[in-house]
Design a protein around this ligand. Structure first.
Ligand SMILES: NC(=O)c1ccc[n+]([C@@H]2O[C@H](COP(=O)([O-])OP(=O)(O)OC[C@H]3O[C@@H](n4cnc5c(N)ncnc54)[C@H](OP(=O)(O)O)[C@@H]3O)[C@@H](O)[C@H]2O)c1
Length: 326
């Protein structure tokens, strides 16, 4: 594993971080058991992963707590999130504080390393900054968490408007941002700011559905060609990103996807979500490989650098009412 510094927090974090949400939710979202989920977390630890990202909304805090029990607390960096949505009552500061207390209990820990507000849309950012952050910072003084973070609602904010404010405002030590091979605009809008203000970055959506499901990629290419945003030739190609896979290049589209984000200047931690042990190993291996060849990166920039908001699946609720895609 390789380690880096998470912005001004000074935390030493693995460049690969295990995401406990997304579609997989450590496998719990795809029918696997709690024992399997614990095994995924333990395997990640064995491979040197020390940063884990969960959220009250994911329902994976208890399993993360169980898997990390017995690991010296200063050996891991635990990130979790307050449930949010301005239209729901969790946007009251006392609800955010209550959620923080619940998260501490579910995780079985005395403190959280990075406590984040989850999926903040630009229109509610002021409330997050002026009402929720001050209430949470009072809890920080009691030692309940160490650093404050904020995550964007990528499908609703593809231009990263919220983070463009957050990076400058001084209240947020860490931001979580979407960036991938076909949604590259954080390079322009986010990373120069986070680097200037030494805000730590957690990268999400590197693969998501668009690169893990070939049919989703094909469908997206067709839609983009219909809108004149990519060539028809690309949409008609059964393997439109196949040019990335070659000797000296990537071993698969997913390998390319993780390597593409990992080496972007300004990216601290690449989060990856999985419930599959083989994927865990190959994703970490990809994140640790060198950058893609320059010619492939240039081609990705010229083919897709103009796209905005592609491949960001909107969250939806499971039958149990949980957010399953954020
Ligand atoms: N607004 C927010 O706060 C927000 C929103 C989104 C995500 N996040 C965070 O970011 C984390 C990462 O997002 P994500 O879960 O969407 O991660 P991701 O790494 O971009 O995509 C994970 C998806 O790709 C599949 N996959 C992973 N590796 C694979 C491989 N080698 N081969 C084939 N399929 C593979 C996974 O299924 P398998 O289980 O089959 O591997 C899963 O469906 C989340 O867990 C969460 O912590 C936060």
């Amino acid at each position: 594993m390789e380690y880096t510094t998470l912005g001004r927090t000074g935390l030493k974090v693995s460049v690969a971080g295990l995401g406990c949400g997304g579609f997989s939710r450590l496998g719990l979202g795809t029918g696997k058991s709690e024992t399997d989920a614990i095994a995924i977390i333990r395997a990640a630890l064995d491979l040197g992963v020390n940063l884990f990202d969960t959220a009250a909304a994911y329902g994976t805090e208890p399993v993360l707590g169980k898997a990390l029990a017995g690991v010296p607390r200063d050996k891991v960096v635990i990130c979790t999130k307050a449930p949010f949505g301005i239209s729901n009552p969790d946007s009251l500061p006392e609800r955010a504080v209550a959620s923080l207390d619940r998260s501490l209990k579910e995780l079985g820990t005395d403190y959280i390393d990075v406590y984040q507000l989850h999926g903040i849309a630009p229109r509610v950012y002021d409330h997050a900054l002026k009402v929720l952050a001050p209430a949470l910072l009072r809890e920080r003084e009691k030692g309940k968490f160490r650093w404050l973070g904020i995550t964007e609602t990528s499908p609703g904010d593809p231009e990263h408007q919220m983070i463009q404010h957050a990076a400058r405002d001084g209240a947020w030590d860490v931001v979580m941002v979407a960036f991938h091979m076909m949604h590259q605009n954080a390079r322009r809008h986010v990373f120069p700011l986070t680097q200037e203000h030494r805000v730590g970055t957690l990268l999400m959506f590197a693969v998501r559905n668009i690169f893990s499901r070939p049919e989703r990629l094909a469908e997206t290419m067709r839609e983009l060609a219909d809108d004149g945003l990519v060539s028809r030739e690309l949409a008609d190609n059964p393997d439109p990103l196949g040019f990335l896979v070659h000797e000296g290049g990537a071993s698969s589209v997913i390998d390319a996807a993780y390597r593409f984000v990992r080496h972007e200047p300004g990216v601290d931690v690449v989060l990856f979500g999985t419930g599959d042990n083989e994927h865990l190993r190959s994703n970490i291996a990809s994140i640790l490989k060198p950058p893609l060849p320059e010619a492939d990166r240039a081609r990705l920039a010229s083919l897709f650098g103009h796209l905005v908001g592609v491949g960001l699946d909107a969250p939806h609720l499971s039958r149990a009412g949980r957010v399953t895609t954020s």
